[in-house]
Design a protein around this ligand. Structure first.
Ligand code: DLL
Length: 433
């Protein structure tokens, strides 16, 4: 079902007219109220009045995560604190957290966009949504929560953690939709199995998963284990939170970006030159309707491409392909670029291992060493050491053949890799320490 039929199926020309009008308003707002943007525009020799078309946007300087850090905590806000009703922050693994704010209208916009997103993912009034994204400074829990209420669905605000209790709630409340990170979902499935109430026996129809990269093979695994249709949802705190883009459950092929609220661009991360549709590069966003925390040409570091082809669902909004990773997550192993999600894809092709893995990178004698730890599943479990060694060699060979990188694969016993209640920690890079 389409929540906002007028906007989500709007012809391109009308959509672009709205985008330009909203862009101009946003530029005027940040120029008047955020010293950071005023200085940046002045240095580039432009004023908001110079931006007369969407193409003119290319003259506007980019904004980076470092810019947000430099303005910690509230200096990027475009409204007085009196008008800010909500604050979120993303923890980030290094440095200061990024702090974002919302006016009451921003919270309303976000709720509407999340209602759209949930509907695209298969939810509607009458559905019961088991929301296992973390509540708190992270935008996942509250973002989904407000969207679910706006849609008119029933939301169970269960958050992450207390896994056994979650399983009992699922059995008793019979939710029809699950929202969680893909990694936590697998953990839920594992605990449900142990408790003798397998997830596939529950009442779920759809799952809406995101907040971390996950592969197509991981989707298949989750769909099978839960007996559901799984869609990918994308977002980031700096741009809003969840609900910037989502796959429709009809196609499950790329995530529609809500273009009446955000303009996506793909740029070459090195030259910063814009790239054409279809080309892979860094995703950049400009927000069009945010009041408290507008972002102008914000470099997300996420790697993907855009697909303007029409979609079977009827939405006209452009699709971004699955995010394969962040440019700062990319590992360079002896000169070869590797994304954790590529390793994930290789592992998930191997029937004998489970979808729990971690990459540990070390440096030995000045050479990078990529250790791939992956749990052996029941199917691959045997006491025979030779059998395990054979399997390790097979995985090593597949990684080498597909990614061109030499890895040391180590099969570990089931349930030895730490489980996440939110975003999984897939990489431990000891080289940086
Ligand atoms: O993760 C917002 C969110 C919550 C999205 C719930 C989806 C569901 P942050 O904590 O600010 O916000 O992290 C944003 O997470 O730049 C991506 O690197 C990554 N990310 C988010 N969604 C996806 C996805 C939320 N579907 C950062 N696929 C982003 C891959 C994702 N990576």
């Amino acid at each position: 079902m389409i929540y906002d039929i007028e906007y989500e199926t709007m012809p391109r020309e009308a959509l672009e007219a709205i985008q330009l009008r909203r862009l101009q308003t946003t530029l005027e707002r940040v120029y008047a109220n955020v010293p950071f943007y005023r200085k940046k525009f002045n240095a580039a020799g432009i004023t908001p009045a110079d931006i007369k078309s969407l193409d003119d946007m290319r003259r506007i300087p980019f904004t980076t995560k470092q810019d947000l850090r430099d303005n910690y905590p509230f200096n990027m806000f475009a409204v007085p604190m009196d008008n800010v009703v909500r604050i979120h922050a993303s923890s980030g693994t290094t440095g200061k957290p990024t702090v974002v704010g919302y006016t009451a209208r921003d919270v309303g916009t976000w709720s509407t966009l999340m209602a759209r997103a949930l509907a695209a993912g298969g939810a509607w009034r009458g559905d019961i949504i088991h929301n296992a994204y973390g509540y708190g400074l992270f935008t996942g829990g509250l973002g989904v929560h407000y969207g679910a209420e706006r849609l008119g669905a029933s939301v169970i605000p269960v958050s992450g953690g207390n896994t056994k209790r979650q399983i009992v709630i699922m059995r008793d409340f019979k939710p029809t939709i699950i929202t969680a990170t893909p990694s936590y979902t697998l953990h839920l499935a594992e605990v449900a199995e142990e408790m003798g109430i397998p997830m596939e026996s529950m009442n779920f129809k759809f799952g809406i998963f995101g907040a971390e990269p996950w592969s197509e093979n991981m989707r298949e695994e989750i769909e099978r284990k839960l007996n559901i249709t799984a869609v990918d949802i994308y977002g980031l705190s700096e741009v809003m939170g969840p609900g910037v883009a989502i796959e429709c459950h009809e196609a499950k092929q790329g995530l529609h970006v809500f273009e009446d609220h955000f303009i996506p661009e793909i740029v070459d991360p090195n030259t910063l030159e814009p790239l054409p549709h279809g080309a892979t590069g860094e995703l950049v966003f400009t927000s069009l309707t945010k009041e408290a925390f507008p972002v102008i040409r914000y470099r997300t570091r996420d790697i993907t491409s855009l697909n303007p082809q029409p979609c079977v669902c009827g939405r006209t909004h452009i699709r971004m392909n699955r995010v394969t990773g962040r440019s700062d997550d990319m590992l360079i192993i002896r000169g070869v670029n590797v994304f954790p999600s590529q390793i994930e894809s290789v592992l998930m092709e191997i029937e004998e291992v489970d979808p729990h893995y971690q990459l540990v990178v070390d440096r030995e004698d000045n050479l990078d060493v990529l250790n791939v730890m992956v749990e052996i599943g029941e199917r691959g479990f045997s006491d025979e050491v030779r059998g395990l060694q054979h399997l390790e060699r097979r995985i090593t060979k597949n990684i080498k053949e597909l990614l061109g990188v030499s890895a040391r694969v180590k099969l570990v016993e089931p349930k030895t890799i730490a489980r996440s209640e939110g975003k999984a920690v897939r990489v431990v890079d000891n080289r940086k320490i």
